[in-house]
Design a protein around this ligand. Structure first.
Ligand SMILES: C[S@@+](CC[C@H](N)C(=O)[O-])C[C@H]1O[C@@H](n2cnc3c(N)ncnc32)[C@H](O)[C@@H]1O
Ligand code: SF4
Ligand code: SF4
Length: 398
């Protein structure tokens, strides 16, 4: 039991009245189309400079032939989005990753999203689910506290199973991230995701709870070296997660880390990388996204931010090219405002009641909530997809 860090028990699930979602009745294409419309409308309201992505236009036969050729060349770049693939994959890594994916899933799904991308059809490729609206920590930087009240009315594990089948599986997304609040407070729901989405799910957790085997990947949030991490996340959290990660790794488990860089912790990022390289499998970074003007935690574009990015890239080039997950082109995007071109339609994000969140997984289903500032956005998954979809120069120039 984790007395000092809060609950280690399933949070209370309440009966929430008739459980029904419109999207259960819509066919796949309809669901994808309505989702894209909904999240795009949310962003249009907030940011007039929203630029629509045009993946590809096929006009003439010559162009079509050319596109097919480019697709073949670009396939490795698309496959980079498969779960668990290293930064710099060898052909064997691709085969391994595709084999893993196919062993539990239909190959048709893989080709479904590849084809959609190729054809420029906007459709979600990933999913995210807040399986509860509560947490045992209160981290200083967390958007969760700015947008949500801890409320009751969570869905039961079997309700989540229904949602998975009627949304994520219907959309045939490649991977679903289970978040919250703190998802490990509801291990039975995590279990349902693990059963339903083998090899295509991951859990983002604060790591203060024991890690149990799942058919997917854990991402543990780390926010600095011990003192800084504890300052942001609370007393003893660093030691606790280190022990939990070590215990899990010793039993053959695999754990990745995720660090959110802000003004309190960016100077510690290289120490964090050195500290964990060898303990955790790999580590991704993202920058803090503000929800208010003049958020003191937001690291402004410019010299300090660039130096931080340079040192992370240098680590990949000179020391260990496999540890940091973000490819170079992805880190390059984080130097400035990429939010106006954010492909927010790629992640189908649901809140703790199964409602669609807008404009993205950091947002809220409630239109009146505070929204993330797109022009200062530092969140990794969306910029990662953008960088993964296009060659470096094109992603930056768009
Ligand atoms: C909201 S938490 C939920 C999962 C879990 N409780 C955890 O801490 O990992 C998911 C991730 O979002 C990050 N995060 C929180 N606030 C953020 C913000 N304003 N900008 C970018 N990332 C943020 C957290 O550090 C964490 O890695
Ligand atoms: S970052 Fe995660 S652990 Fe921290 S308060 Fe937010 S939801 Fe809880
Ligand atoms: S990921 Fe960032 S840029 Fe995209 S919608 Fe969310 S806040 Fe805006």
């Amino acid at each position: 039991m984790e007395e000092d860090l809060g609950l280690e028990v399933e949070s209370q699930t309440q009966t929430v009245g008739p459980f029904q979602r419109d999207y259960f009745d819509w066919p796949e294409e309809e669901l994808a189309r309505r989702f894209v419309e909904q999240v795009s409308a949310g962003r249009l309201k907030q940011d007039g400079t929203f630029v629509d992505l045009k993946l590809k236009q096929r006009k003439s036969l010559t162009k079509r032939v050319h596109d097919v050729y480019k697709d073949t060349v670009n396939l490795p770049s698309l496959l980079k989005m498969l779960p668990g693939l290293p930064t710099d994959p060898t052909p064997m890594d691709y085969l391994h990753s595709v084999r893993n994916f196919m062993s539990d899933n239909k190959g048709a799904d893989l080709f479904h999203w590849w084809k959609n991308l190729r054809d420029g059809v906007k459709t979600p490729l990933f999913g995210s689910a807040d399986i509860l609206n509560a947490c045992n920590l209160k981290c200083v930087h967390c958007y969760w506290w700015t947008t949500r009240e801890p409320t009751a009315g969570e869905l039961s594990p079997e309700q989540w199973r229904t949602i998975i089948q009627n949304s994520f599986k219907k959309l045939r997304v490649a991977n679903v991230t289970v978040v919250g609040g703190e998802p490990m407070l509801r291990k039975n729901v995590v279990q349902v995701f693990s059963e339903e989405l083998k090899n295509r799910m991951s859990v983002v957790t604060n790591g203060t709870h024991k890690l149990v085997p799942i058919n997917g990947l854990y991402y543990i949030s780390i926010d600095g070296t011990e003192e800084t991490h504890n300052h942001i996340r609370g007393p003893n959290t660093h030691a606790k997660i280190k022990q939990n990660v070590k215990n899990f790794v010793e039993t053959g488990g695999r754990v990745n880390l995720n660090m959110t860089l802000n003004t309190l912790n960016y100077k510690t990022v290289m120490d964090v990388i050195h500290e964990w390289d060898g303990i955790a499998g790999r580590m991704s970074v993202q920058f803090h996204t503000p929800f208010i003007e003049d958020d003191p935690l937001w690291l402004p574009f410019g010299e300090e931010r660039n130096k931080t990015i340079d040192s992370i890239i240098e680590y990949g080039e000179k020391e260990n090219k496999r540890f940091v997950i973000n490819p170079k082109e992805h880190l390059e995007l984080m130097r400035g405002n990429w939010g106006y071109k954010c492909p927010n339609w790629v992640i189908f994000a649901l809140d703790y009641r199964g409602n669609i969140k807008m404009p993205c997984c950091m947002g809220s289903a409630n239109e009146n909530s505070l929204q993330p500032k797109c022009d200062k956005c530092g969140i990794a998954p969306y910029s990662g997809v953008l960088a993964g979809l296009f060659p470096h120069e094109k992603a930056l120039a768009m």
